[in-house]
Design a protein around this ligand. Structure first.
Ligand code: LMR
Length: 397
């Protein structure tokens, strides 16, 4: 079957992790995949997760299937996290949530669902965007186009160009937006800018699809939902893909959710019926464990308080490492101004390093950075920061 088939290229992010694992250099540093590491270089299991698992072990009495859309209480807790407890979306009962295998599963299920009812739609992604966005929506059958987003000269948003592109996107097309902590750039619209974007979505009639993989890793859980709030206020149809890989550290549990927001409860019921039939033919019903951890934490105020503290500590360490990187590069006399790295949000820094420098760092210093220059700041530690700064200084010399 495979005789005349060429091998698929390695994944641009996860393929890098494989190459890193096989690298025998004892000084190697993985700044590729977006996985949080503490200052000892390990990806910890959060205390709230361990506590939740202990509770689950005592009360869980069956491994029978979950409902197609997952545990209803999980759905309620996810909605509280996404919209906030007092949200009109919740009181009007106009959002349907299905527990998905991770954020990727959420994006793909959302894409499959939209494709059924909007077969002619194009999906628009930011330039640049997370490498897998294009793959997911192409696999779901959509042509892909890009809208302007990041300005590599100013290291900020191309806001005017973004708005004029969004004003020309036809009704019915899908516009994929990063709700916070834009991956890879770390540059987000502010609250007023989200308001303008949401107003265009309403007047143009395109379908907003928010990738919300980093809630709580930007300015905070409440602050990071600003985009969601602005679209909710418009009363338009929109989609939100949540991931609990990063903010709960549940990477290998594949815990996520797809939420479909409709203008009213009646349409939400219709949306939910089709969401369930889409899930049924993809993976039938979700894997339970990771979602039950999230549900247990969010249903128990003391566990939720612990989670919020642990999440804040992760963010604090990332902010410190941003500063250490900028200071470390300046201390080595590099003339290029890297101060923008401290203004970027989330786990990533769009470092400004060229693909040539990225290749040099990997080949000569076993420092792994994603093509395009995206650095996982959470991979920097007090033990490797000097080595990384020395390596970058040498590469740029
Ligand atoms: C990343 O961007 O590094 C993460 O979202 C992990 C992945 O699956 O690519």
């Amino acid at each position: 079957m495979w005789k005349s088939v060429a091998a698929a290229p390695a994944d641009s992010i996860l393929g890098l992790t494989e190459a890193f694992r096989n690298d025998g250099n004892p000084s190697k540093v993985n700044l590729g995949v977006g996985v949080y590491m503490d200052d000892t270089g390990t990806t910890p299991i959060l205390n709230c997760v361990k506590d939740a698992e202990r509770i689950m072990l005592g009360v869980e009495n069956s491994k029978s299937y979950l409902p197609i859309s997952g545990d209803p209480e999980y759905g309620r807790q996810v909605q509280r996290l996404i919209f906030g407890a007092g949200s009109e979306v919740i009181s009007s009962d106009r959002a349907a949530t299905a527990h998905s295998p991770g954020g990727t599963g959420a994006l793909r299920i959302g894409g499959e669902l939209i494709k059924r009812f909007r077969p002619q739609a194009t999906t628009w992604v930011s330039s640049p965007t997370w490498a897998n966005h294009q793959g997911i929506f192409t696999a779901a059958g959509f042509p892909i186009k890009q809208y302007p987003y990041y300005n590599s000269e100013t290291k900020g948003l191309r806001f005017d160009e973004l708005l004029s592109a969004l004003r020309s996107i036809p009704a019915g097309d899908v516009v994929l937006l990063h709700a916070c902590c834009h991956n890879p750039s770390g540059v987000d619209p502010d609250g007023n800018q989200w308001r303008e974007i949401a107003a265009i979505a309403e007047s143009q009639g395109w379908l907003p699809f928010l990738d919300f993989a980093y809630q709580g890793l930007g300015a905070g859980i409440e602050e990071d939902r600003r985009a969601v709030t602005e679209f909710a206020a418009r009363g338009v149809d929109f989609f939100v893909a949540s991931s609990f890989s990063k903010n709960f550290g549940l990477y290998n549990e594949r815990a996520g959710a797809i939420t479909v927001i409709s203008p009213n409860s009646r349409e939400k019921d219709v949306a939910l019926s089709h969401l369930k039939s889409t899930v049924r033919v993809c993976y039938s019903n979700p894997p339970a464990h990771g979602g039950l951890i999230v549900k247990t934490i969010l249903s128990e105020p003391t566990l939720e308080a612990t989670w919020r503290q642990e999440l804040a500590a992760m963010c604090g360490r990332i902010v410190e490492m941003r500063r250490a990187l900028v200071d470390g590069l300046a201390a080595r006399g590099i003339s290029q101004d890297f101060s923008y790295i401290t203004r970027q949000r989330g786990m990533f820094s769009f470092s400004g390093l060229t693909d040539e420098t990225v290749a040099w760092l990997r080949e000569n210093r076993a420092v792994y950075v994603v093509g395009g220059g995206r650095i996982n700041v959470a991979g920097l530690t007090s033990a490797n920061i000097d080595y990384v700064c020395d390596s970058i200084a040498e590469a740029l010399a």
